[in-house]
Write a protein of this length. Structure first.
Ligand SMILES: Nc1ncnc2c1ncn2[C@@H]1O[C@H](COP(=O)(O)OP(=O)(O)OP(=O)(O)O)[C@@H](O)[C@H]1O
Ligand SMILES: [Mg+2]
Length: 363
């Protein structure tokens, strides 16, 4: 299956620069997610891949073919929109068959193809219903079936689940993962919901508000090793701490207000960092261990006072005030396999974590 390459894409609407020299490689045959805050230009990128928008500068490639100026209907690309964009006056069968009829397929082959996707999406009982007689989830399936029937090289999804409730969203997400596995088509999936992206994607890209892509990687790379404060904050929850870099022997530390010292590991590619530089680090709340007792074996050990405790079902969130006034969040799993100490408001606690769990972030 062919991948997509965006090469030096820029786009402005009036004076507003929406996309600023975007370079992105979307691998063929994979589930690729593009995430970013509302208004950052995700739909605009998708519309360029679909051919609904022409970039001011740069090129779009499908495999090794430059398709920047190829018209919509000549691209092997289909889109599933958030609004589904189904034809309200046609029934399910006719909605799905529509594009085949436009392309003059024979009645026999239309019937065959429609039956196949109908089975794939479990739409048999709804074949002759009008669109208005379907639930949101069923409409959703019709929209995907309609895109799949053309057997495109690339399927584009623009927040296709936004209108569904949480349960249904989770269900359809799993179906989409299976579908991608089964078809092997290149999927490009847009969402502003980072958990959705982490769940579905083989690879993902995170866009920022300035029309640029901050980071591309597997969900695990993005979550465990965010490169910027923006990505660390946008994907999951992170404690961000600012300070000054100091070095003792081989070991680097972040000095915070001359009160707190945090051991860190400087990653490859950031070796040009110098003692005295201002820096930002991130620590995920679930990487921190909270305890009232003093423990050995951690590269970081800070003390603080519990300010609030919020029960979150699967985990409990502790907000702990450090000596310098910084608040850190800690998530502790509520697994309760064995009895453990009870931590209360105003308790004096220690926070422990390993330096491998600290990421150095670009501002
Ligand atoms: N045809 C247009 N004319 C003028 N401005 C536009 C046009 N299309 C998009 N924009 C602007 O471009 C910016 C990016 O829009 P886009 O729809 O790509 O964002 P998005 O990332 O998909 O956001 P959301 O998550 O809310 O869907 C917005 O500020 C929007 O107002
Ligand atoms: Mg959008």
């Amino acid at each position: 299956m062919k991948g997509i390459i965006l090469q030096g894409i820029s786009k402005s609407f009036g004076d507003e620069v929406i996309l600023d020299n975007i370079n992105l490689k979307i691998p063929g045959g994979k589930f690729f997610a593009l995430i970013g805050p509302s208004g950052c230009g995700k739909t605009t990128i998708l519309r360029m891949i679909a051919g609904l928008e022409i970039p001011d500068r740069g090129s779009v490639f499908l495999g090794d073919q430059d398709i920047t100026h190829v018209p919509v209907n000549k691209r092997s690309v289909n889109t599933v929109f958030q609004s589904y964009a189904l034809f309200p006056h046609l029934n399910v069968f006719d909605n799905i068959a529509y594009s085949l009829r436009v392309r003059n397929f024979s009645a026999d082959s239309i019937l065959q193809k429609v039956e196949k996707v109908i089975r794939m999406f479990h739409l048999e009982p709804h074949l002759y219903k009008q669109i208005s007689q379907l639930s949101g989830g069923q409409q959703q399936r019709v929209a995907i079936a309609r895109a799949v029937i053309n057997e495109p090289e690339v399927l584009l999804f623009d927040e296709p689940l936004a209108a569904l409730d949480l349960r249904l969203r989770e269900k359809v997400l799993l179906e989409l993962i299976e579908l991608q596995d089964h078809l092997g088509t290149t999927f490009v999936y847009i969402t502003h919901d980072q958990t959705e992206a982490l769940t579905v994607a083989d690879q993902m890209a995170v866009m920022n508000q300035n029309g640029k892509i901050d980071q591309v990687g597997t969900p695990k790379e993005i979550y465990e090793h965010p490169k910027s404060v923006f990505v660390a904050n946008f994907v999951g929850t992170t404690n961000i701490i600012q300070g000054v870099m100091v070095q003792h022997g081989e070991q680097w530390y972040l000095d915070v207000d001359k009160m707190i010292c945090i051991a860190i590991k400087v990653p490859e590619g950031m070796e040009d960092i110098k003692a005295g530089d201002d820096a930002c680090i991130g620590v995920r709340p679930e990487k921190i261990m909270i305890s009232k007792s003093s423990l050995e074996g951690f590269s970081n050990n800070l003390s603080g006072i519990v300010q609030s405790i919020v029960y979150q079902g699967r985990f409990t969130q502790y907000n702990v005030r450090l000596q310098n006034g910084y608040m850190l969040q800690v998530f502790e799993q509520n697994e309760e396999h064995f009895a453990r100490e009870v931590i209360d408001y105003d308790d004096h606690v220690y926070l422990y974590w390993q330096k491998d769990n600290v990421v150095l972030l670009k501002k």
